[in-house]
Every structure is written in structure tokens, then in C-alpha cells.
Design a protein around this ligand. Structure first.
Ligand SMILES: Cc1cc2nc3c(=O)[nH]c(=O)nc-3n(C[C@H](O)[C@H](O)[C@H](O)COP(=O)(O)OP(=O)(O)OC[C@H]3O[C@@H](n4cnc5c(N)ncnc54)[C@H](O)[C@@H]3O)c2cc1C
Ligand SMILES: NC(=O)c1ccc[n+]([C@@H]2O[C@H](COP(=O)([O-])OP(=O)(O)OC[C@H]3O[C@@H](n4cnc5c(N)ncnc54)[C@H](O)[C@@H]3O)[C@@H](O)[C@H]2O)c1
Length: 447
């Protein structure tokens, strides 16, 4: 049977683009469908605009520090519209780069909402297209809890489209998206109230990291309401009133409510039931080669239950192309993935938390930590300390986890990620000469 394409990819986010380009490099005919802008959540509505917002926010801390360093006072007020326009320009540039790369690779780009008609036939905005293999890379979208008034709350996607800077924003959630926006909006000089259902932010991270991040957020002026849930959101003149329970405050009144309470795969409207692709707990079920329960259909990225990170979507997209079109079957190792919270404060982590290590290795686990004043802060922010921590298996001396809260944590932990993945020992750390003066050198002098 002849098909229009050897591979059809649904969704031009990081996973879909990576797979399409590599498959095309193997010489097969590839097309990719996108219903929005090319680049996906990462480039258009996620990592990139979020990081640009972090950069914008970082200036206010620098301006404060500049004064201490002798530069005098700098006005700490952002022109929101100017920043949003600059951000949109940068995003459009990146999206155009992806379009160019797809074109150069020989991948045909087709715009439109896509759904399955049968296991080899798709409907792309009314056009019928056939393909031998199909890759689903449709990503995910934010979900809001089913609570009265939650229609007034916006999600991360709408945060990047706000026409006006909120004077006071309530952020509901306690994981990466909530904590990152809280840090950024605080840096951009909005008043921020973070509503956390748990006893502290960043559940499932190392306890020392959770404590240090929250301490710095509070020191920076973010109001963190812990053990608190939102019962109802009411619209009032010029804003919204949130009715709260469980914590020390019953209500809070704000101009904007951001809901960062999780994401779910974008599966509605794909008509997956027509093609026998199994969905488990809302995500597409795949084997280690990203194959679904329909043998010619595959899935990568946030529409599966694998970790929801851009590098994961790219890695599994490439492994799929190598396996199916490059005659090099390979899987992706999901262990020891470094991750970061590149906000104010910055934090990053790789490997096991202390609690996870103790559960796995028991009493032999040794932790080495240091909370120190980085040199920069000796003039600017004497109370703000950096935290570093190594979790080590006392029996083998292997480093099981590395964690950091402080400036440059993202870049430092990215590099330590390689060492931890390769089974580095504490003795290797001790034998490594640091670069002085730096924050990273402290990892090599821990005793
Ligand atoms: C606010 C935020 C910040 C983030 N920050 C980071 C970060 O700092 N680092 C990190 O690693 N990860 C981050 N992530 C996660 C990261 O964005 C995702 O893991 C990544 O984008 C997943 O890539 P993907 O290719 O699976 O899907 P996506 O990037 O979601 O792309 C899927 C694409 O498919 C399209 N699509 C969906 N359905 C259809 C259809 N039926 N027909 C046609 N097209 C369709 C969508 O329009 C979209 O463009 C962040 C996410 C958010 C929301
Ligand atoms: N922003 C980033 O840096 C980044 C980076 C990579 C990946 N991601 C991915 O984005 C996805 C979504 O992140 P997220 O932070 O939105 O969600 P999440 O699923 O990681 O966490 C949801 C949070 O919302 C809270 N919550 C849920 N219901 C609530 C309610 N009714 N009231 C109060 N709190 C409630 C939970 O306690 C939890 O802390 C994750 O899969 C994450 O891996 C984000």
C-alpha cells in the first residue's frame, strides 16, 4: 500500500520537531502538523517566555544590589508592554528558526487541527492525509480544579499574554510553575501571594532545598500561605476575592489569579479510540521504544506519562527516529535527570533527595551540606545564603544526589549531572581542585 508520507508527526513542539528532523535526515518522507505556532509549549507558552520573564525580573534585584555596590539608586519599575513586545519578538524569531530548520531538513509543515480517521489516515483541518507511521507529539495543557469561580483564574499560557501587569497576584500551586512565577512577579514588583496546599513549597524535592527556597521567597517579600486551599473565587470590583480554608487567613483580595495546579495531555479531539491507542490515566501508554498499542503509531513528550521536560521530549523523539528509521533501536534512560528552578531564588537538583536515598540505602547514607555567603553578597545581600548539598552512599562512597539553592545553580548542577550519572564518588569530589573564587568550588571542599 502506498502512503502520502512515511512519517506523519502531530504537533510541532520539541518532541515532534526533533523526531521529524532526524527521520527526514534518514531519507524518509516526513510531514508535521501544527494547529498553533511552531515551537510548542516550550517555545511559545512555556520554558522560553518563562525564562525571559525570569531575566526581566532579575534586573530589579541587580538594581538593588547596584546601589549597595556604589552605583546609586536605579529606578525599579518595568514597562510591562515594552517587555511583552520584546518577549513576543524573541519568541517569533525562535519559531521562525524552527520553521527554517524543518524546511532545510525537507519536512513538510502543514497547519491545522489534526485527528485520526483510521490507523493510517488523518484529517488535518479537513484535508485527508495518509502515512505509514504516525508520531503523536501533542503535548499538554494546564488544568484547573473544579472549584466555584475557577473560571476567573488564568493559567501559565495566559500569563504570557497579560496586557497589564497585575498589582497583586494570587498564585495557586506549589510546584515549579507556581514557584517560578511567584519569584518572577515579585522581581517585577507585583505583590505576590502564593497559596500552597502542602506545608511547604516544592513537595518531593530535598527537604533542605524546600526550606531554603521558601525562606528566600519570604525574605524577598512573597506572602506564602501554607496548608491553605482555595474554596471559592468571587469577582468583586477591580478584582477577585479568594475564600480560603485550612491556613491562617480566610480571604485574600487580588487583581489576578494564576492557577498552576498541574497539566494534562492534549488528547481531546484526536479520536484515539478509533485507532486502538490505549490511554492510561489520561496519558498515551507507550513501551520503551515509544510505541503505542497500535503498532504503527508512536507517542513522545508531554502526551505520555514520562517526565514533562523539553529535553525528555527531544531525547525520546530522537530515539524514536533512530529506532524506526535509522536502524539503531535504542531507548532513553530516565534516571538521574537534572532539573532546575531558574527563578528567584534559583535552585537545581540531580539524583536522589536525602529522603529517597535513605529509603533505598538506609543508615549508610551520608549528607554533606554547606550554607555560605557567596562573595557577591558580602556587599549586596549579606543575609542571602547559598545552599549546597551532596547525598552520598556511605558504603560505596558514590554520590547519589547533588542539590543547590543560589545563583548559577542551574549551570552548576547541569555539569554535575554528568558526574553523578557516571557514578562519581565523594573521593573524586575531594580530589578535584576548585576554581576560586566561585560558588561551585564549595562542592569540592565539603567535609
Ligand atoms: C510554563 C511552563 C514552563 C516550562 N518550563 C520548562 C523548563 O524550564 N524546562 C523544561 O525542560 N520544560 C519546561 N516546561 C515543559 C516543556 O514545555 C514541555 O515538557 C515540552 O514543551 C514538551 O514538548 P512536547 O513536544 O511533548 O509538547 P508541546 O511543546 O506541548 O508541543 C505540542 C504541540 O502540539 C500541538 N498540537 C496539540 N494537539 C494538536 C492537534 N490535534 N493537531 C495539531 N497540533 C496539535 C500544540 O499546538 C503544540 O504546539 C514548561 C512548561 C510550562 C507550561
Ligand atoms: N515551570 C517549569 O520550570 C517546568 C519545567 C519543566 C517541566 N514543567 C512541567 O510542567 C508541569 C506542570 O507543572 P505545575 O507546577 O503546574 O504542576 P504540578 O503538577 O507539578 O503541581 C501541581 C501543584 O498544584 C497543587 N494543587 C493541585 N490542586 C490544587 C488545589 N485545588 N489547590 C491548591 N493547590 C493545588 C499541587 O499541590 C501541586 O503542588 C509538570 O509536569 C512539570 O514537570 C514545568
Amino acid at each position: 500500500m502506498s502512503f502520502d508520507y512515511d512519517l506523519f508527526v502531530i504537533g510541532a513542539g520539541p518532541g515532534g520537531i526533533a523526531a521529524a528532523r532526524l527521520a527526514a535526515a534518514y531519507g524518509v518522507r516526513v510531514a508535521i502538523a501544527e494547529r498553533d505556532q511552531v515551537g510548542g509549549t516550550c517555545v511559545i507558552h512555556g520554558c522560553i517566555p518563562e525564562k525571559l520573564m525570569v531575566y526581566a525580573a532579575s534586573f530589579s534585584h541587580f538594581f538593588e544590589d547596584a546601589d549597595e555596590y556604589g552605583w546609586g539608586k536605579v529606578q525599579r519599575r518595568i514597562n510591562w508592554q515594552q517587555f511583552m513586545t520584546a518577549k513576543d519578538r524573541a519568541i517569533e524569531h525562535l519559531s521562525q528558526l524552527h520553521i527554517k530548520h524543518l524546511k532545510e531538513a525537507g519536512v513538510e509543515l502543514i497547519y491545522g487541527q489534526t485527528k485520526f480517521l483510521d490507523a493510517h489516515t488523518l484529517d488535518v483541518a479537513g484535508r485527508k492525509i495518509t502515512a505509514d507511521k504516525i508520531l503523536i507529539a501533542v503535548g499538554g495543557e494546564a488544568v484547573k480544579p473544579n472549584i466555584p469561580g475557577f473560571e476567573y483564574a488564568i493559567t501559565s499560557r495566559q500569563m504570557f499574554e497579560l496586557k497589564q501587569q497585575p498589582e497583586h497576584i494570587a498564585i495557586i500551586g506549589s510546584d515549579q510553575i507556581a514557584v517560578k512565577f511567584a519569584g518572577s512577579m515579585n522581581g517585577l514588583i507585583s505583590k505576590v501571594t502564593l497559596i500552597v496546599a502542602e506545608n511547604r513549597v516544592l513537595l518531593n524535592r530535598d527537604e533542605d532545598i524546600r526550606t531554603a527556597v521558601q525562606e528566600i521567597m519570604e525574605k524577598n517579600g512573597i506572602q506564602v500561605l501554607c496548608n491553605t486551599t482555595v474554596e471559592k473565587i468571587e469577582q468583586i470590583q477591580d478584582g477577585f476575592r479568594l475564600n480560603l480554608s485550612g491556613g491562617k487567613q480566610d480571604t485574600v483580595t487580588v487583581n489576578t489569579v494564576l492557577c498552576a495546579t498541574g497539566r494534562t495531555p492534549n488528547l481531546s479531539g484526536l479520536d484515539l479510540e478509533k485507532v486502538g491507542v490505549e490511554v492510561k490515566q489520561g496519558a498515551i501508554a507507550v513501551d520503551e521504544y515509544s510505541r503505542t498499542t497500535q503498532t504503527n503509531i508512536f507517542a513522545v513528550g508531554d502526551c505520555t506519562s514520562r517526565p514533562h521536560w523539553t529535553p525528555m521530549a527531544i531525547a525520546t523523539g530522537r530515539a524514536f527516529a533512530d529506532t524506526v528509521f535509522g536502524n539503531q533501536p535504542r531507548t532513553v534512560n530516565f534516571e538521574c535527570i537534572p532539573s532546575a528552578l531558574s527563578s528567584q531564588p534559583e535552585a537545581a537538583t540531580v539524583g536522589l533527595t536525602e529522603a529517597e536515598a535513605r529509603e533505598k540505602f538506609g543508615e549508610s547514607v551520608r549528607c554533606y551540606r554547606s550554607r555560605f555567603q557567596p562573595l557577591f553578597n558580602s556587599i549586596a545581600e549579606p543575609e542571602e545564603k547559598t545552599l549546597i548539598k551532596l547525598v552520598v552512599d556511605g558504603n560505596t562512597n558514590e554520590v547519589l544526589g547533588a542539590h543547590m539553592v543560589g545563583e548559577y545553580a542551574t549551570e552548576i548542577i547541569q555539569c554535575l549531572g554528568l558526574a553523578v550519572r557516571k557514578g562519581v564518588t565523594k573521593k573524586d569530589f575531594d580530589a578535584t581542585i576548585g576554581i576560586h573564587p566561585s560558588a561551585a568550588e564549595e562542592f569540592f571542599t565539603l567535609r
